[in-house]
Ligand binder design. Sequence first.
Ligand SMILES: [Fe+2]
Length: 252
Amino acid sequence: MSGTFRLAQISDTHVRADDGGVAAAHLKRALAQAKDYGADLILLTGDLVNDAGEDEYAVLAEAIADPPAPLYLMPGNHDDRGLIRRAFPQHLYLSHEGPLHFAIEHFPVRIIALDDIVPGETHGLLRRSGLEWLESMLSAERGRPTMVALHHPPFLTHDLLFDKIGLLDGEAFADVISRHRQVLRVICGHHHRVAFGQSAHAPVIVAPSTSWTYGLALNEGQQIAPITAEPSGWMLHAWTPAGGFASHFMGL
Ligand SMILES: [Fe+2]
């Protein structure tokens, strides 16, 4: 690893089995770029596939078979926990039952990944169990710089659709974050566009999708979630002990 810790956050890949390999090719392009930028760690922050299909996870497995750095998978609302477990048995950090929360401990920045999905629903919810897990994980290591990742934005984006299908217990999430100053950043996906917000003291960064970008619907009457020509991409989060985090949008 160089003097900078580099995390490649690749989100909302929406890999499909019936698109001629387009979404998988976008993911592979992002991985190639992450390699060029010397990523130390790659985190896929949910909506790994489009329709939670077994065949789609097989396409995903092929696309990530030779990652340029350790690669971790988080679920989004388009995913199925059981199928992720079955398709990726070598990913030993994935729990055998319940939510797929995990921590990545062996890098200069500690990563806490939360599974906030609700099977069959589009919104996110950590529930008491997820919030308690987060609290216990953060309480165990108060002195280490930490990043928290989840699929759904935990703040109000003011988008007419995405505020209805965001993290429904974002206030309770912020309450936990407020007790842990070591949380330097929160990262998420879901919105398919770059956005920035706040959870307690921590800046929140919403990564774009590698597959497609949604436009913003701020006013009543505006089209909800129109697919736009804005570039798709991923986020490179670079960190040094002295300089902290800088996050960069990387267009595909
Ligand atoms: Fe998505």
